[in-house]
Design a binder for this molecule. Structure first.
Ligand code: DQA
Length: 149
């Protein structure tokens, strides 16, 4: 089973930016934590993590995962969550089941953050549980058992 984890703009600054909101875990630690979760969850799980600060690169990566038959997508689109109809379209276009995750609770912050234009293309959203959001998303996608054919 192949699952992709996409980290959008500024997520590479985890552990540096607004630690009262995003926590002290660095981006490298977070990626290692997600890799470890995947290893613990199943030996036949292949995880591919990708971070970009550029919308187009994220679109290209989603398309690539589609053509490489990935079974699921976990995406934290960062601020693109709130306005990228292109990412929403890409997630809706591909056959991979997708989950949107956020480190912070986007519904308990500024009003503009409570609106996600990407969420309607996803099965669901996990928001506010820090790095554990990714663990829960992985468990969900593994239990789901892959993409539609
Ligand atoms: C975020 C929430 C977004 O509103 C913000 O722009 C981010 C991070 C989160 O993980 O909590 O960059 O996606």
């Amino acid at each position: 089973m192949k699952i992709a984890v996409i980290h959008g703009p500024n997520l590479n600054l985890a552990g540096v930016r607004q630690i009262g909101i995003y926590g002290t875990m660095s981006f490298e630690e977070m990626m290692a934590y997600i890799d470890d979760c995947a290893k613990d969850l199943g030996s036949n799980l292949q995880l591919s993590q990708f971070q970009s600060n550029h919308e187009g690169e994220i679109l290209d990566f989603i398309h690539k995962c589609h053509f490489e038959d990935f079974d699921g997508l976990i995406i934290n689109p960062g601020a693109l969550t709130h306005y990228s109809h292109a990412i929403a379209d890409a997630v809706a276009a591909v056959k991979m089941p997708a989950l949107e995750v956020h480190l912070s609770n986007i519904h308990a912050r500024e009003e503009f953050r409570s609106k996600s234009v990407v969420a309607s293309s996803c099965i669901g959203q996990i928001s506010g549980l820090g790095a554990e959001s990714y663990l829960l998303a992985l468990i969900y996608l593994i239990n789901l058992g892959g993409r539609e054919q």
